[in-house]
Design a protein around this ligand. Structure first.
Ligand code: FAD
Length: 440
């Protein structure tokens, strides 16, 4: 029997496993390898960090679910991907061979790239549910003794939506606790301007997000390169548009949370130059337009772990975000392409990589749709309102339900998103030539 291994059980890996089972039926053996028995819904981590959610609300225990779907589940974690040998070396010392591999391992968090950064240093994190849970304890302590907050995203980061989201969620919660007046807030970002988001902006994200920060008295520093974190302050160099140093800042904080740069996980050698042929030097998996690695044709990849070049040159490096619906489109294309490849045909399905992002602020939010994610775009739209908060709640409920019950393409995706013109797969119909005008 053909053996497919899915590596990583997050936002990409779980739908990947379900869609493979649906596309290929019982004729293939599927093994899901993770480094934990638990799925975590990463987009809800900012809510965990201010105690709007408990970690257990956004976690799902995977072994019984996978057993029900005839998927072998291994939680040992991968030590090393060995594409030359069609195998994984697992952390328990065993080897796992595969015919096809789908890598969905998300990011390794590059806190070690800046002195004093991360939960092991002087700052908090929302990138993992365990970090968010620890941040929630620190949040309660902070609210008893408030002081300045620093929030944002450092150089090389590729995930800006959650940085804005967390800044504005904290601001909402501080107002609810009636201590906002005791908390100076500074948003520090590598982006060249507020609302760039690693995407060159989407619709009027610049205007919308600047206006939200201004209205809520959050100061900002853009084109920021963080030099180091000390226990109570961050040292920042601000660059001008020409890349020259414009100024330096020493910003005090009692609580700091910044999104780090991402790289490939250690099993992809992300910190040590990557794996030749499989990844780029930061360990992100190189894929073609069919989500397939050009060197190792039996390896596919979906999610944050894939390599995408920046959309444009910026004074301080910023990466392109890989958001939920974009990942869904990678998953849909990969499932169909594996079906074709196993049947002896060439892969032909292409994901749309459409970005649909909801940044919730607790009492409102900003949404943007970029079709496709990389400019130039057919749709470049952003909007705001309380509906964004409700839509984010809906996204959480729908995704967790889907993980628990194993659905693949539910009603609202099929009807609502299609009605908005948001598709997962690129149309394979040739575009009809314009009709000749009738002869007079
Ligand atoms: P992950 O969901 O991180 O999954 C990776 C999986 O790989 C995990 O199961 C992990 O345990 C496993 N793994 C890691 N190392 C190993 C190993 N060595 N061996 C085996 N398994 C391993 N996008 C949106 O569209 N909307 C949002 O609201 C949103 N909010 C976000 C909020 C935050 C705080 C962050 C960080 C990102 C957010 N994103 C959001 C972006 C993106 O959708 C998420 O990061 C998403 O979780 C990425 O999915 P993924 O499958 O690539 O990685």
């Amino acid at each position: 029997m053909t053996h497919i291994v899915v590596l990583g059980a997050g936002l990409g890996g779980i739908p990947m496993t379900f869609e493979l089972r649906e596309a290929l039926g019982a004729d293939v053996e599927i093994t899901l390898v993770s480094d934990s028995e638990w799925f975590q819904f990463v987009p809800s981590n900012p809510w965990v960090a201010v105690n709007w959610r408990k970690p257990e609300d956004i976690k799902v225990h995977l072994p019984p679910l996978m057993a029900r779907r005839n998927v072998r589940f291994i939680a040992a974690g991968a030590e090393k991907v060995l594409p030359q040998e069609n195998a994984l070396l697992l952390r328990d010392g065993t080897r796992l061979g595969y015919d096809y591999l789908v890598i969905a391992t998300g990011p390794a968090l590059g806190f070690d790239e800046i002195e004093g950064f991360g939960p092991g240093g002087h700052t908090r994190s929302i990138c993992h549910v365990d970090h968010a849970s620890a941040a929630a304890e620190a949040w309660e302590k902070f609210c008893r003794e408030p002081g300045p907050i620093v929030v944002g995203a450092v150089q090389g980061a590729s995930c800006f939506g959650p940085a804005y989201e967390f800044a504005l969620i904290m601001e909402t919660e501080l107002r609810r606790r009636k201590i906002r007046d005791r908390v100076p807030m500074t948003f520090i970002t590598a982006e060249p301007y507020i609302g760039h988001l690693g995407l060159g902006g989407v619709g009027d994200t610049k205007g919308l997000l600047e206006s939200h920060l201004r209205e809520r008295h959050i100061k900002w520093i853009t084109n920021a390169k963080v030099e180091r974190f000390a226990a109570d302050r961050v040292f920042v160099t601000e660059l001008g548009e020409d890349g020259a140093v414009k100024g330096t800042h020493e910003v005090p904080f009692r609580l700091a949370t910044m999104i780090p740069a991402f790289r490939g996980i250690d099993a992809l050698n992300g910190a040590k130059g990557g794996i030749p042929g499989l990844t780029n030097p930061r360990g992100f998996v190189v894929v073609d337009k069919h989500q397939c690695n050009p060197t190792f044709r039996n390896v596919f990849a979906v999610g944050v772990c894939i390599a995408i070049p920046p959309v444009e040159k910026t004074p301080v490096p910023v990466g392109v975000p890989k958001t939920g619906y974009m990942i869904e489109s990678m998953v849909a294309a990969t499932a169909q392409n594996l079906r074709e490849v196993i049947a002896g045909r060439k892969p032909s399905f292409e994901p749309t990589w459409n970005a649909v992002c909801l940044a919730d602020f607790g009492d409102g939010g900003v949404a943007f749709v970029a079709l496709p994610q990389i400019p130039p775009r057919n749709v470049n739209w952003s909007s705001e309102g309380y509906w964004v908060h409700l839509a984010k709640l809906g996204f959480e409920k729908y995704f967790l339900r889907r993980v628990r019950h194993g659905g693949t393409d539910p009603f609202y995706e099929k009807f609502l998103l299609k009605a908005l013109g948001i598709e997962k797969l690129r149309s394979r119909e040739p575009v009809a030539a314009p009709k000749e005008p009738a002869a007079v």
